[in-house]
Design a binder for this molecule. Structure first.
Ligand code: NYM
Ligand code: MG
Length: 188
């Protein structure tokens, strides 16, 4: 159908949930089904801002919390013209994290759980420890209560193939229905 825009499909969740694996598989499956689909990720570490963020995440540099929050935001805004252009052209975008990670990870810095100190690290990047991820998860759960956003919760504890099948089905539905919403509404 002429003029039909692409869908914006965002995968959000805590670190190690399998978002990157699932995003790649989803793009392949959508393409195999005849859709035009492309993959984006945030932070996009290849840009100048992205390099600053990557260095911060790898703990090679320190930055003031508000400043780093705004850099994550700027790192998304610098891709918005491209995102709009692609969607307008009918390309469906699968996005590995978006602004919800921005809210959840910054908010998680402000929360403190009693058992925070008892958990071990599970990765070497900043935020990659159980206590922090638990706080981020609580923030994601809070964000999901917004009824204006078309969230679908996917249980990522199952096999890669089972999770993929569910995400693929949900995405096909989204491509069919959610694209009725005008593009301008996405960045109001
Ligand atoms: N992150 C990601 C933020 O703190 N704020 C943001 O706005 C975004 C998009 O960066 N721990 C955090 C979440 C992750 C890390 O890791 C990016 P990865 O593996 O590149 O998704
Ligand atoms: Mg990571």
């Amino acid at each position: 159908m002429a003029g039909r825009r692409g869908a914006l499909i965002v995968l959000e969740g805590v670190d190690r949930a399998g978002k990157s694996t699932q995003s790649r598989k989803l793009v392949s499956a959508l393409r195999a089904a005849g859709h035009r689909a492309e993959l984006l990720r945030f932070p996009e570490r290849s840009t100048e801002i992205g390099k600053l963020l990557s260095s911060y995440l790898e703990k090679k540099s320190d930055m003031e919390d508000h400043s780093v929050h705004l850099l994550f935001s700027a790192n998304r805004w610098e891709q918005v013209p491209l995102i709009k252009e692609k969607l307008d052209q009918g390309v469906t975008l699968v996005v590995d994290r978006y602004a919800f990670s921005g809210v959840a990870f910054t908010s998680a810095k402000e929360l403190r759980l009693a058992d925070a100190a008892t958990r071990g690290e599970f990765g070497c990047e900043r935020y990659e420890n159980w206590a922090f991820q638990e706080r981020a998860l609580r923030c994601f759960q809070q964000l999901m209560t917004d009824p204006t956003l078309n969230w679908k919760a996917v249980d990522a504890s199952r096999s890669v193939e089972d999770v993929h099948e569910e995400i693929r089905t949900l995405s096909e539905d989204t491509i069919r229905t959610a694209v009725q919403r005008p593009l301008e509404e996405l960045w109001k």
